[in-house]
Design a protein around this ligand. Structure first.
Ligand code: FAD
Length: 399
C-alpha cells in the first residue's frame, strides 16, 4: 500500500552522517524520518578507524559505552610503513577501531530509540522543492512507491548517489580525480605479529596506500585506495592486485603473510572522486560525504560526517520555524569554516603518502613526530572546536 508520510525533516541516507543527525534531532523532539536503501547491519567500504574527534558527539547521543560493549579496539599509535621506512607517532587521544557492520547499525538503532522514524530498505528516488517545502519519491524494498513531504531535506547519501546526477552536481562528470577503494577483514595467523590492536598502520605504495587496524572480534581490517591510473591494464580482481603488491616489497609480503582472509571477497564500491562539492544544493543541506570528501588516508571521514550532522542539527534546532533558505545559508558558511581546510590538507598529505620515496625523504628531514603532527592536526577538529560544537548544540536544545 502506498503511504503519504509527512515530517519536519527528511534525511536521505542512514550512514554515520544521516543517523547521527536523525538521533540529534529526535533527541530535541523534532519529527524526523530517515530513509536508507540498505537494511542494517550491512558492510561498507571503510578503513574502520574512528577518529577521536568524533567520540564526544557519540557521547552526546549516549553511544560512548556501546563502543566498549561491542569491543571496539583502542588505537593510540600510528605507524607509517614503506619499503625503506617504519616511523611511528602517538595520537594525542585514543581513537577506536570498529567495523561499519556494527557502528552503522548502532547509530541507526540509536536514532530509532530516540524517536526518529527509520525506514530501512527504502530508496529515495527524487527530491523536489515545493511551495511548502520538499517532496520526495521513495521506494520500499518491494518497490512500492511512497510520497514524503518535509519542511527540510538533508542529503546524507554518501559520496555518490543517484540524486547527485539529478541535481547535476559537477563532480559526477569528473574523470581525472577518480580513485578506487577495497577492503577485506582478516584474522592474524598464529605466527603473525602485525598490527597490535592499539596501532593503525599506513602502508605507502606508488599511487596508493593501505590502512591496517584491528576492529572488534579479533579481526583486522585491511583497506586500500588507488588512483584509477594504477589499475590501467590491470587484469584480475582485487585478489590479484593485492598479490602483486606483496611482490612490491618485504613489508607487504610480511603483512599478507601474517594474515588470512576472514571474509570471502574484497569489498569495493563506486569511485572516490576528490573534486570539490557544495554543502548545499537547491536548498538541500548535505552532511557527510555528500557535502565534501576528505581523503580516506586522514581517517576522518566518519568524524566529519558525524560533526557535520551536529552542525546541521544545531542550526535546525535554533530555527523552529524551519526556514530552509536561512538554515541552508548559515550551514554553508559554518561548513566551509570548519571543514574546507581539513579537506585540502588531507589531499596534500595523501599526495605525499602515495609517493614512498617522498615520505622517506620528508621523514628524514622533518623527523617522524613532525610528520605525525602535520597529518593529525590539520586533518581533524581540535578539542576546542569539538567542545564548541557540542556546547552550541546543547545551548540550542536547552533554549
Ligand atoms: C577506501 C576508504 C577508506 C576509508 N577509511 C575511513 C576510515 O578509516 N575512517 C573514517 O573515518 N573514514 C573513512 N572513510 C570515509 C568514510 O567511509 C566516509 O566518510 C563515511 O562513510 C561518510 O559517512 P556518510 O554517512 O556521509 O555516508 P555513507 O557512510 O556512505 O552512508 C550513506 C548511506 O546512504 C544510503 N543511500 C545512498 N543513496 C541512497 C538513496 N538514494 N536513498 C536512500 N539511501 C541512500 C547508503 O545505503 C548508505 O547507507 C573511508 C572511505 C574510503 C572510500
Amino acid at each position: 500500500m502506498s503511504l503519504s508520510i509527512s515530517c519536519d525533516v527528511a534525511i536521505a541516507g542512514g550512514g554515520p552522517g544521516g543517523a547521527t543527525l536523525a538521533a540529534l534531532l529526535a533527541k530535541c523532539g523534532m519529527s524526523v524520518a530517515v530513509f536508507d536503501r540498505d537494511e542494517f547491519p550491512r558492510d561498507k567500504l571503510c578503513g574502520e578507524f574512528l577518529s577521536y574527534d568524533a567520540l564526544p558527539v557519540l557521547d552526546l547521543i549516549g553511544l560512548g559505552p556501546a563502543l566498549d560493549e561491542v569491543g571496539a579496539t583502542r588505537i593510540r599509535t600510528c605507524r607509517l610503513i614503506g619499503p625503506t621506512f617504519n616511523y611511528s607517532f602517538e595520537l594525542p587521544r585514543e581513537a577506536r577501531g570498529i567495523s561499519r557492520l556494527r557502528l552503522d547499525e548502532m547509530l541507526l538503532r540509536r536514532a530509532a530509540a530516540l524517536g526518529a522514524s527509520v525506514h530501512e530498505g527504502w530508496t529515495v528516488d527524487t527530491v523536489t522543492r515545493t511551495a511548502a517545502g520538499f517532496a520526495l519519491h521513495v521506494r520500499d524494498g518491494s518497490r512500492e512507491a511512497h510520497h514524503v513531504t518535509a519542511k527540510l531535506v538533508v542529503g546524507a547519501w554518501g559520496r555518490w548517489g543517484r540524486i547527485d546526477r539529478q541535481l547535476e552536481r559537477p563532480f559526477t562528470r569528473d574523470t581525472a580525480r577518480r580513485h578506487f577503494g577495497f577492503k577485506r577483514h582478516y584474522r592474524v595467523l598464529p605466527e603473525g605479529q602485525v598490527p597490535a590492536d592499539h596501532t593503525i598502520d599506513l602502508y605507502s605504495f606508488a599511487r596508493g596506500y593501505l590502512g591496517v587496524n584491528a576492529v572488534e572480534g579479533d579481526t583486522v581490517n585491511i583497506c586500500g585506495l588507488v588512483h584509477a591510473s594504477r589499475l590501467d591494464g590491470h587484469r584480475g580482481g582485487w585478489e590479484t592486485f593485492v598479490d602483486n603488491l606483496s611482490g612490491e616489497g618485504e613489508h607487504f609480503a610480511r603483512l599478507f603473510g601474517a594474515h588470512e582472509p576472514a571474509q570471502e571477497h574484497f569489498l569495493s564500491s563506486e569511485p572516490v572522486i576528490f573534486a570539490a562539492r557544495s554543502p548545499v544544493v537547491s536548498g538541500i543541506l548535505m552532511v557527510g560525504d555528500a557535502a565534501g570528501l576528505i581523503d580516506p588516508l586522514a581517517g576522518n571521514g566518519m568524524a566529519m560526517a558525524i560533526q557535520s550532522a551536529l552542525v546541521a542539527a544545531t542550526l535546525v534546532v535554533r530555527r523552529p520555524e524551519l526556514d530552509a533558505d536561512a538554515i541552508a545559508s548559515e550551514y554553508e558558511t559554518a561548513y566551509r569554516d570548519l571543514f574546507l581546510d581539513r579537506i585540502r590538507w588531507s589531499r596534500r598529505v595523501a599526495w605525499i603518502l602515495s609517493r614512498p620515496w617522498l615520505v622517506d625523504r620528508a621523514a628524514r628531514i622533518l623527523r617522524a613526530p613532525s610528520i605525525g603532527s602535520l597529518l593529525l592536526a590539520r586533518t581533524r577538529a581540535t578539542d576546542a572546536q569539538v567542545a564548541e560544537l557540542v556546547g552550541s548544540f546543547e545551548r540550542a536544545r536547552d533554549r
